[in-house]
Write a protein that binds this ligand. Sequence first.
Ligand SMILES: NC(=O)c1ccc[n+]([C@@H]2O[C@H](COP(=O)([O-])OP(=O)(O)OC[C@H]3O[C@@H](n4cnc5c(N)ncnc54)[C@H](OP(=O)(O)O)[C@@H]3O)[C@@H](O)[C@H]2O)c1
Length: 294
Amino acid sequence: MKKLLVIGATGNIGTAVIDALLAHSNKEEVQIVAGCRNIAKAKKNFATWHNQVQWLSMDLENTATFEEELSTTNCVFLLRPPHLADMKVFQPIIDLFVKNNIKEIVFLSVQGVEKSTIIPHYKIEQSIKQSDLKYVFIRPSYFMQNLTTELLADIKHKKAIVLPAGNAKFNWVDVQNIGEAIAEIIHNFAPYCNQAIEITGKENKNFESVATLLSGITGTNINYKSVNPFQFFFIKKKEGIPFGKILVLFMLHFIARFEPEPIISDNYTKITGNQPTLLAQFIARKKQHFIKGD
Ligand SMILES: NC(=O)c1ccc[n+]([C@@H]2O[C@H](COP(=O)([O-])OP(=O)(O)OC[C@H]3O[C@@H](n4cnc5c(N)ncnc54)[C@H](OP(=O)(O)O)[C@@H]3O)[C@@H](O)[C@H]2O)c1
């Protein structure tokens, strides 16, 4: 039996991976260990499945909190929480995977990572490759769920999307689809071993057309306001957003202005046999979220 440690189990992707794994009830059994920092909070938030997994209170910044668990684990799903960027955090973790003879690592990276040697995911990928661990790198495009997380407050309260993204087009992927693809790969690792796999949706859209789509489906007029970098930092600082987070949001949205349109891949369909979610379907599924924010 596979014993899988899901790091970041309570986040967007971790939850989608666990949801998809639990839906695979007829496949080879996987024992899931859900890792996060606050188990009591997690059990409250994930009432539907909290008793179907084993929980592990762990902190990536303190390897002593999960070293013992790794001795009985053979497969790990690793992601980089957005606030952790330093290889001083990730190198000891990768060394521990090697020491404990972890057989399979699935690492959540990002589309286009191979062109940007300075981003933390690049360094993590390189370190995993050099370690001789067996890996799959998942490189997703831009999450549809950014609309229901980072961008939701502006959509609800300002009826606007306010970003320094200009006219840049993003490829929109549903986190649920990423979770489904990862679950398949965890069940059937060998054909994907030591590959980097882009997971994208079918649509490249700029924020102007996303705002139009949101307005049409929610019945509320939502505008896109493209701001310059100074305006963006000023607005977000005034909202009390920490500098590190503003920088991440800025990098994610501003740099795309100078890049070619994202590549659309059919890997999700090849891996799962399904068609990826369209942005209109996602917005319709989350319609109440945009209106009431529940
Ligand atoms: N947003 C996008 O469009 C996009 C696109 C491609 C790739 N990505 C990549 O996706 C990743 C983020 O994934 P996500 O959206 O699932 O993140 P998320 O929702 O912010 O979740 C982060 C998870 O990490 C856990 N965590 C945070 N600090 C931790 C620590 N010190 N030790 C252990 N666990 C910790 C959190 O759990 P607790 O807080 O409960 O401990 C949570 O489960 C990033 O690497 C990002 O670059 C994002």
